[in-house]
Design a protein around this ligand. Structure first.
Ligand SMILES: [Zn+2]
Length: 153
């Protein structure tokens, strides 16, 4: 597996590349490397940064969002997969390109595939009773804490 150009760690969900395909584990390492002068003028940079950001947010939050349905009654799984549909709809051009127009088009295309897998994962998600119990307890504790705050200031 390729490692970050700057710190040599294995990149995970915060991975990013520059327009030459050099790999970094994070924005920090990317910014530390001062040899990506053409990135900001690249026609795909905005789309790349946007979908990368969305992906990181989704990976960080989708399990919490799935449990929210069981704790608060919303959102439904379908709401989440539809939100991803809407997002993917903005990248129709990159489906057409299939990653054949340079480094950023490859990255964007891979994110599209990853998002489709995430949709599947969301659809197949089954709540874990033990985990739900834990989250419910945390929710009640939070509610109690807030009530006490309101009462006592
Ligand atoms: Zn790094």
């Amino acid at each position: 597996m390729k490692r970050c150009k700057v710190c040599k760690k294995k990149p995970r969900i915060r991975r990013r590349v520059n327009n030459e395909g050099i790999l970094f584990c994070s924005d920090d390492c990317y910014e530390e490397f001062e040899d990506s002068p053409n990135d900001m003028g690249h026609p795909y940079i905005d789309d790349y940064e946007a979908i990368r950001y969305e992906y990181i947010q989704w990976i960080k939050n989708y399990v919490d969002n799935l449990y929210k349905y069981w704790l608060y009654g919303a959102p439904r799984k379908e709401d989440l997969t539809e939100r991803i549909d809407d997002l993917l709809g903005e990248y129709i051009d990159f489906y057409g390109l299939e990653g054949q127009d340079g480094v950023f088009s490859v990255e964007i295309y891979n994110y599209l595939i990853d998002f489709e897998q995430l949709q599947e994962e969301i659809q197949n998600f089954e709540v874990d009773g033990k985990e739900l119990k834990k989250r419910r307890k945390a929710m009640y504790e939070e509610q109690r804490r807030r009530k006490e705050e309101e009462m006592w200031g």
